[in-house]
Design a protein around this ligand. Structure first.
Ligand code: DWN
Ligand code: ZN
Length: 404
């Protein structure tokens, strides 16, 4: 397979084995027909890009049953409000300002543009989450973004000052069509700002659960610069984010239109120094993942022997990778507590651990909570003070397996 950015040959890194659709929470009558594929990633030695070697069809992941609603985290809602205001302060301003967001989900970010009276458009392929945004009056088209969609947007609304995406670009295999679309859509002075889990954080924190069917790519600044340079565009700034265990926000403009921040050279150099272009970095990652798996399984088996009750906390997409790679079965983790109504009463993809409401967690607290939502640790610890104060313990596996 060749690199989605630069077409060089991809080197295999690790296989996480047979995996189901990460957000494919299901009822027992669907167990028999559950779809599995081999989840494996490779690395590009030329542009430091990590990508899936096989991805299920987009319709299998993003459809009217999509189980993830952005609005489930209060901290993320605040984060997106700040992101929207940063764009309004810097780039999306003036009487005819227009912003487009792709993967706009339930409108968690666009609502701030709407409230400010700014012309906006969300492009969201999952009809059920888009319906939530539409109900709030957020202008949304239910479809995928590509060069064709860009042309239609320009025809209907004109070119955009801002193009935004949060945890979306890393889902898209056809990066060239996206970049081509952006090139068409963006005004000469327009700016693209998008953020995704950052490869350096994934490698350093061994957060291998950022790899699942939906996450086609793990970007670096090097790979993003390589992609957009092919379209006469360039990185103009980068801002690291604490969200999702370490993300990077990339700002991109048409070449020569904006002052380029010193951050760009800083991060490109740092990535080289951290070994993103060296095979041994990815060999180490392979061993780190295997160790994480062994340590977690040893801990869960030992707790089972001690007759301790362990419950998973947050039925995240990421948890699907951990559960199926490690082989975590319902005899080790009794159920997973989750606040999303459409996940409750269903079973986790692959290993079929029941997903129950957070009330079930509070009313019958376990001895240990396995923190599948480790990226929301601060928010969850705040919410679950009673459990912790009552002697409940937490297990995490990022950056290493430990009881906290
Ligand atoms: O990239 C993606 C990110 C942004 O969101 C998507 N591909 C899918 C999704 O990934 P995820 O499912 O790993 O996201 P989160 O935000 O880490 O987890 C959300 C899940 O956690 C929801 O099912 C709700 C649950 N949750 C909970 O039960 N209690 C979350 C919080 C904060 C809580 O307190
Ligand atoms: Zn490449």
């Amino acid at each position: 397979m060749s690199c989605l950015v630069c077409k060089s040959e991809i080197k295999p890194v690790i296989s996480f084995g047979q995996q189901p659709i990460a957000n494919g929470f299901l009822t027992p009558e669907k167990f028999k027909e559950e779809y599995f594929f081999e989840l494996k990633i490779g690395w590009c030695p030329k542009c430091a890009m990590v990508q899936l070697l096989e991805q299920p069809k987009p319709e299998m992941m993003f459809n009217e049953n999509y189980a993830f609603f952005s609005g489930t985290s209060k901290y993320m809602a605040v984060h997106f409000e700040k992101f929207a205001h940063t764009m309004m302060d810097r780039y999306v301003k003036g009487p005819n300002a227009f912003v487009v967001e792709i993967g706009s989900n339930d409108g968690i970010m666009l609502r701030h543009f709407k409230n400010a009276g700014i012309k906006h458009l969300g492009i969201e392929p999952s009809a059920n989450v888009a319906a939530v945004a539409k109900k709030e009056g957020i202008n949304t088209w239910v479809r995928f973004f590509n060069a064709e969609t860009a042309k239609e947007i320009v025809k209907e609304y004109g070119q955009a000052d801002g193009f935004q995406a949060a945890n979306v670009m890393c889902h898209l295999p056809d990066l060239h069509s996206i970049a081509e679309g952006i090139k068409i859509l963006l005004k000469p002075t327009g700016v693209v700002a998008f953020e995704d889990p950052y490869l350096v954080d994934v490698l350093e924190k061994v957060s291998y659960d950022q790899v699942y069917d939906e996450h086609m790519c793990l970007f670096s600044a090097t790979s993003i610069q390589y992609l957009f340079n092919q379209y006469g565009m360039e990185l103009i700034d980068l801002e690291p984010q604490v969200t999702h265990g370490g993300s990077m926000r990339y700002y991109i403009g048409h070449k020569g239109q904006h002052k380029v921040s010193k951050n760009v050279t800083h991060y490109l150099t740092m990535e080289r120094e951290k070994g993103l272009l060296k095979a041994e970095t990815f060999e180490k990652f392979y061993h780190d993942c295997e160790k994480s798996k062994t340590d977690l399984m040893n801990l869960l088996k030992s707790l089972k022997e001690q007759k301790k009750r362990v419950v998973g906390y947050a039925a995240t997409s990421k948890s699907t990778t951990v559960i199926n790679y490690c082989g975590i079965t319902p005899d080790l983790v009794e159920f997973i507590s989750d606040t999303t109504p459409i996940k409750q009463g269903k079973y986790s993809p692959g290993k079929h651990i029941p997903v129950l409401s957070s009330e079930k967690f509070s009313s019958n607290p376990p001895d240990y909570a396995l923190l599948f939502g480790w990226n929301h640790k601060a928010e969850i610890m705040e919410k679950e003070k009673k459990f912790t104060q009552g002697g409940g313990k937490w297990i995490t596996y990022v950056p290493k397996v430990e009881i906290i």
